[in-house]
Design a protein around this ligand. Sequence first.
Ligand code: 13P
Length: 243
Amino acid sequence: MPRKLAAGNWKMNGLRANLVELAKLEEKHGDADVDILICPPTTLISACEDTPFDIGGQDCYAADSGAHTGDVSAEMLADAGASYVITGHSERRTDHGETSADVAAKSRAAYDAGLIAVICIGETLEEREGGTTLAVIDAQLKGSVPDSADAENTVIAYEPVWAIGTGKVPTLTQIGEVHAHIRKRLTDRFSDGTEMRILYGGSVKGSNASDIFSVADVDGALVGGASLKADDFSPIITALENS
Ligand code: 13P
């Protein structure tokens, strides 16, 4: 069984004053028996060095260094204390026009820097309603996940775009169908595909987490809004521990 992972993506939220939430989370889950990852904004990564949780970036540039004003390399994230980085989040794909080829290049850069890539995939509402969800997932997996991926360096996050920040969640059947499909593709392609972690993301809350974690091949969650406050993230971690 893959090791369970509760991951929080703070997106563009968080100042140093908000780090008190990590201290609160540590009181309850400092010795959790699931992995806990926090992806704060880049400016806070080095300030997280004392937390017991894994820390990740939210994006990285594909090149090691150079004339790329405003960008951050995977090596810089690792140097600041990160051990993970999210690649291909739908907000990057939409807001910054990132393609699956870009996401694969960023994920390879993550591996080169010794980071675990949390590679995000997921369909839009239009794609879901048009019946092309699994085809979209296939294309994104093929294009975004490098051949050098393995269960140690890669986590897949299935995040339906229409479920992100909307309070809308797919049915458990829909989640199960996509996760089983992803698992099949991973096991077909990678020798350790059964061990690769597949997270669900999109409007996960304390109130729906247990149900979502009961679905086969859901190895944890990538949580946005509900990861910002310890009181909101804590029940999700507890649900994962009990799943
Ligand atoms: P929400 O949990 O706020 O829906 O965000 C999900 C997400 O995009 C995590 O990466």
